[in-house]
Ligand binder design. Structure first.
Ligand SMILES: Nc1nc2c(ncn2[C@@H]2O[C@H](COP(=O)(O)OP(=O)(O)OP(=O)(O)O)[C@@H](O)[C@H]2O)c(=O)[nH]1
Length: 506
């Protein structure tokens, strides 16, 4: 490769101060070359300050180029006349050229669109005037194809190269995709917040690493605060829990913070204005650290006092209804047992003779059926006696009906006192009585005779003595039903009457 020696001493290498500088006949800018350290510099005579822009030693330069060219960001350095001192692959691609061709050239050499050109030219202006500060700018550009692209540009005043040429470093990133994604996230967040605001829920978020809490405007409202006077601390939500609910809520919250998952509880809180309200509190872990420990929680609180009140009055109404039902049931039970009692009394009354207090004919017939059934099972003998007052019509006619009644009561008492508790004494007709004794006929006959005698010798009153006739018949194995013995006793009674009365027939 032919080289040309540049005048020694005038253009010493700015890196190693060697005067052994040669010119490489290459097309790019880097054609001055130091034989001592390998640093390269410009040759183009009209390159302005770019002529002074030397690169470092070859290895260093190569590394820097690689870094620059592999960056997706647009990187360039411009001098104060707007000439490029340095450009990377990304910006060269944007301009439709190569990094080498850009050095020493201006924007106008590559860009014809007046809007873009104005923007590029303005990119360096004002940077030095800003007092050496690094400027950050977000710029939106409409591309020739109509697409709007967004760039985040950093502009830093600097002194470029060994010759310290006043210049501006420009690093710009195409943030169009990022910005679109951010816009989408912001829109979603806005929609989410709008939905949350509409729902009336208080939303909070807590970073457990620094105990920082953020919240929406509903949270202070729920706790009874004006938003501007609301300062929420890490223990605020716990501190406001009603004392009676605190232990329960703290337990489930502790579990939630320790193990994650979802949390929900319904409890009362004490508002700033002293009111007690019911809330439904929910939470979930929004972020875990690399060890799986929760580091960020989000949650919501909703005022459910109205619902709780409605539930409470519903419960109260249910309890009242239950109470009324119980009372009704008790009343029905009471009335039922009263009715059962009345029924029993009625049954008893229905089976009792009102005048003498003895069992009546209905009761006597039932007893007869029962005794006959038992006789069928156990062959336990019994005897039926039919007792009839003699000439009772005369008693009535002579002494009057009331005395007749007294006479009937008198006989009833005599009959009852003559028999055992287990025997049956009933008034079977007007002046007729039925006796059922648990003995055989002989014994019954003696008993009947005793009764007849007793009546005969026991006057009803000083001037009234009455007699009775009795028919006696024992139940027999051949009887077809309970009335057989009764019929026989009746016949025997008739016989006793026929044979003169005041006698017993068996
Ligand atoms: N005082 C009273 N009399 C009654 C009652 N029930 C029936 N009598 C009367 O009893 C009488 C029965 O008369 P009868 O059937 O002719 O029989 P008797 O006069 O007793 O004559 P014998 O039975 O043949 O001895 C009637 O006069 C009835 O009015 C009652 O509850 N009270």
């Amino acid at each position: 490769m032919a080289t040309e020696v540049v005048s020694r001493g005038l253009s010493a290498c700015p890196f190693c101060a060697s005067e052994r500088v040669v010119v490489v006949p290459a097309e790019n800018l880097w054609c001055a070359c130091c034989e001592g350290c390998g640093a390269q510099g410009p040759r183009k005579p009209d390159a302005g300050s770019a002529s002074e822009a030397w690169g470092g030693p070859a290895s260093y330069r190569k590394l820097m180029r690689e870094i620059l060219d592999s960056s997706a960001a647009f990187v360039a350095v411009k001098d104060m006349d707007g000439r490029f001192l340095l450009a990377n692959e990304a910006i060269a691609r944007l301009m439709g050229t190569t990094p080498g061709r850009m050095v020493g050239a201006c924007d106008a050499d590559f860009v014809s669109d007046p809007q873009l050109l104005r923007f590029y030219q303005a990119s360096t202006e004002g940077v030095w005037e800003a007092g050496g500060e690094t400027l950050r700018e977000e710029v939106s550009l409409t591309m020739p194809d109509g697409d709007v692209r967004h760039y985040m540009a950093l502009k830093k005043p600097m002194l470029f190269g060994p010759k310290k040429i006043p210049s501006v470093l420009i690093i710009a990133n195409d943030v169009t995709d990022l910005k679109r994604a951010n816009n989408e996230i912001a829109a979603r967040e806005r929609r989410y917040l709008e939905a949350m605001a509409a729902s009336g829920e208080g939303i909070w978020e807590m970073d457990l690493r620094n105990n920082l809490i953020s919240h929406n405007s509903h949270l202070p409202e729920i706790f009874g605060f004006e938003p501007e006077y609301f300062e929420v601390s890490d223990s605020f939500i716990l501190d406001r829990i009603h004392p009676e609910d605190r232990e329960r809520v703290e337990q489930s919250m502790g579990q939630f913070i320790a193990h994650g998952g979802d949390y929900e509880s319904q409890h009362r809180i004490l508002r700033e204005d002293g009111k007690v309200i019911w809330v439904r509190s929910r939470g979930s872990v929004a972020e875990f650290d690399e060890d799986g420990v929760p580091v960020r929680l989000i949650g919501s609180i909703r005022d459910i006092t109205q619902r709780k009140r409605a539930e409470a009055s519903l419960e109260e109404a249910r309890q009242k209804l239950e109470q009324t039902n119980n009372q009704l049931e008790n009343l029905v039970e009471e009335r039922t047992s009263e009715l059962v009692q009345l029924n029993l009394e009625l049954q008893s009354l229905a089976r009792r003779d009102a005048l003498t207090g003895l069992a009546n004919r209905l009761a006597a017939d039932e007893q007869l059926l029962q005794e006959y059934a038992r006789f069928g099972r156990q062959l336990q003998p019994y005897t039926v006696m039919l007792v009839d007052v003699d000439h009772f019509k005369q008693v009535n006619d002579t002494f009057g009906h009331a005395i007749g009644d007294r006479a009937l009561i008198h006989i009833a008492q005599l009959l009852q006192s003559s028999l055992r508790e287990t025997d049956v004494v009933a008034r079977y007709g007007g002046e007729e009585f039925l006796l059922l004794v648990h003995t055989g006929e002989q014994e019954a006959l003696q008993l009947a005779e005793g009764i007849r005698r007793q009546v005969e010798v026991t006057p009803v009153s000083a001037n009234l003595t009455i007699t009775i006739s009795i028919g006696v018949s024992q139940v027999q194995e051949g009887d077809s039903d309970a009335t057989d013995a009764l019929r026989r006793a009746d016949k025997l009674l008739y016989q006793a009457k026929e044979e003169g009365r005041n006698c017993v027939r068996a």
